[in-house]
Write a protein that binds this ligand. Structure first.
Ligand code: HEM
Length: 195
């Protein structure tokens, strides 16, 4: 348990790696579903989307394990209680989406009647989920999971807008350490007056 004002290096690394992966996944997801059906480009974007998406699932499990073993820095003392509660609730829902979204993606490809294998980054065969891959009538289940995956992605986008907006508000309006504590240490702006 440390009283440091910032997150440790592993937490910071996993946070920004996840952030880059999520932006890429959202962009790929929105672009690839508009490409001509069955085109080679659509196929390779689906494979890349699935590869990065499963990586986010694994990264999030690692992140949660790290988070449970390492206490995060305390929020500023002068932050109102409702804002602290809102921040914790928002982070909890973000974690749920970071697990639920990739899981629903995995489920939808498992239930797909097209039965397309997932090969992570072209090298590692990733299995379909049992039960879903052996359903007699896959189509309605796959369609419902596609709708769920898409709806969850839009909820994530909305929550990211709030998350990023809150971080920028703390940094530029309230001028506290809330964003700085999640910035990599080599960044000049990550130096705090009260380390
Ligand atoms: C955090 C992780 C993920 C995010 C943020 C994400 C995001 C998205 C988005 C925005 C779309 C477009 C939805 C729409 O049409 O409106 C999409 C579609 C899709 N995603 Fe993901 N995804 C994630 C993980 C995964 C994983 C792990 C898989 C599979 C292993 C996957 C498989 C798919 C497939 C197959 C589609 C196309 C569905 C369709 O044909 O309508 N996704 N995803």
């Amino acid at each position: 348990m440390s009283g440091s004002f910032r997150y440790d290096g592993v937490a910071v690394f996993l946070h920004w790696l996840t952030a880059v992966a999520i932006i890429a996944l959202l962009a790929m997801g929105l672009i690839m579903t508009d490409l001509p059906k069955g085109s080679a480009l659509q196929f390779s974007m689906f494979q890349m989307h699935k590869s990065v998406g499963i990586s986010v699932l694994v990264l999030t499990l690692l992140r949660l394990a790290w988070r449970l073993a390492h206490r995060p820095p305390a929020l500023p003392d002068d932050m109102p209680a409702w804002e602290k509660a809102a921040a914790h609730a928002g982070h909890l829902v973000l974690y749920l989406l970071l697990l639920g979204l990739p899981f629903s993606g995995w489920a939808l490809v498992s239930a797909s009647p097209f039965n397309i294998p997932t090969v992570l980054f072209g090298v590692l065969a990733w299995p379909h989920l049992p039960i879903l891959s052996t359903l007699a009538d896959k189509k309605p289940v796959a369609e419902a999971l596609e709708d769920l995956h898409s709806a969850a992605a839009w909820v994530l986008i909305a929550l990211l807008v709030v998350h990023i907006g809150a971080a920028l508000r703390h940094h530029f309006l309230l001028k506290d350490d809330v964003l700085r504590r999640m910035l990599p240490r080599f960044s000049p702006s990550s130096r705090s007056a009260n380390p």
